[in-house]
Design a protein around this ligand. Sequence first.
Ligand code: SF4
Length: 257
Amino acid sequence: MNERRLSQIASDIVHGSQCPRLRSFCERIGREKRAAYRDQTYWAKPVPGFGDPHARIVVVGLAPAAHGANLTGRMFTGDGIGGSADFLMSAMHANGLANQPYSRSVDDGLALVGTWMLAAVRCAPPDNKPAPDEIARCHTHFLAEAQALTESRVYVALGRIAFDACLRLIGETTAVPRPRPAFAHGAVVRLEGAPAIVASYHPSRQNTHTGRLTPAMLRAVFKTAASIAARPLTSDRTRASVPTSQTPRGARARARI
Ligand code: SF4
């Protein structure tokens, strides 16, 4: 059932064209290509989510990279050895959420374990900066996939835009307090009756190359997510506590996407 719905949603995503600016950017990148990939055929279309249809953990990124998922057609795949995809997959693999510590091509054998991966925006945006109206339009796809992932227990939000998208998603069915929970690396948001959100800095090269996000920091984020996902449903979704945003000490710096 999940598989059929997700497959239909993937088709809807791939054939969408609601954001002309982004669609034409993806196609132009696919025509012009980066020199290192000139022999490859770019996907150059919107990118659907992928992973385990029975996922308890949903990883939410910002958007496909122009020469990453826009090249390969799979989220967090193809931005080069040691890029964001490898950084992310290494942390997931360390927590048993992926069968290998790298993600480089659609035929590299990667399988996610109890985890689904998607992005707040499905078309690669210029300078990795989608416009607010583009984020809003693409939310429909996030909502559709989230509804099909009926066993999801926790969202791992990579960066502020993903975090805001998760709050918006949860707000569709659950009251989100005002002021809204703030983004901070390591923050955990739990609202009654909804999956938890674990926030992380985005594993962009800008963040990983400057040490803002280290491998240990991202491994810890997935350890927290895996721990929440492993709890029995009743003790998580039916919490009677006041909604909270818990931020570890020393992790209050704001994110750079
Ligand atoms: S960004 Fe989302 S809504 Fe806009 S065209 Fe791409 S898939 Fe469609």
